[in-house]
Write a protein that binds this ligand. Structure first.
Ligand code: GDP
Ligand code: MG
Length: 163
């Protein structure tokens, strides 16, 4: 079977943006104001001759406080059932939030290798901040900037090694 790489994280960290960036075109919905709700998007992806299915989970659309935790439960379940590799996305500009802690706690018990992806590291100083802030989770990490186009190849290569 084709390995699955599942993207998880709280809303607005850039999961769908990351998904679109990695597959090279737009499929996942970025910015929920369109009112379109889709639960997940899967896309067959290749790097260095290896194929994997990239999975963007996470509610799209306006969700209330309880909806948030339901959404996270669902992401974790998908990761638990399907992931060969988990990409845990966080926001370098906001640092660690309570919801990040909640997601992290739930991800601890999962067996698949996990890579922490600190997105929105749009400049050197944000990258440095992220490299100071996020190692305390204890997972291997990489900083990226989807909108700035930073570190895509490094990310794909790391995923490739974890597959
Ligand atoms: P999701 O809810 O985790 O799927 O997040 P989205 O992909 O919908 O993105 C949420 C917002 O973050 C959008 O406005 C994106 O344009 C923005 N965003 C995504 N990646 C970056 C980045 O690298 N830098 C900055 N500054 N904004 C980003
Ligand atoms: Mg999304």
């Amino acid at each position: 079977p084709i390995p699955k790489v599942v993207i998880v994280g709280r809303p607005n960290v850039g999961k769908s943006s990351l998904f679109n960036w990695l597959i090279g075109h737009r499929v996942a919905i970025v910015d929920p104001t369109s009112g379109v709700t889709r639960d997940r998007v899967d896309h067959l992806t290749e790097h260095g001759g290896r194929y994997f299915e990239l999975v963007d989970t996470g509610g799209m659309g306006v969700i209330d406080k309880d909806g948030l935790t339901d959404d996270i439960e669902k992401q974790i379940r998908t990761a638990m059932e399907e992931a060969s590799v988990i990409l845990f996305v966080v926001d370098s500009q906001e640092g660690i939030t309570g919801l990040d802690e909640l997601v992290a706690r739930k991800l601890r018990s999962l067996k698949a290798p996990l890579l922490l992806v600190a997105n929105k590291a749009d400049n050197k100083s944000l990258k440095l901040d992220a490299e100071t802030e996020f190692p305390r989770f204890g997972w291997p990490m990489l900083t990226v900037s989807v909108t700035g186009g930073q570190n895509k190849v490094a990310l794909l290569e790391t995923v490739h090694k974890l597959l």
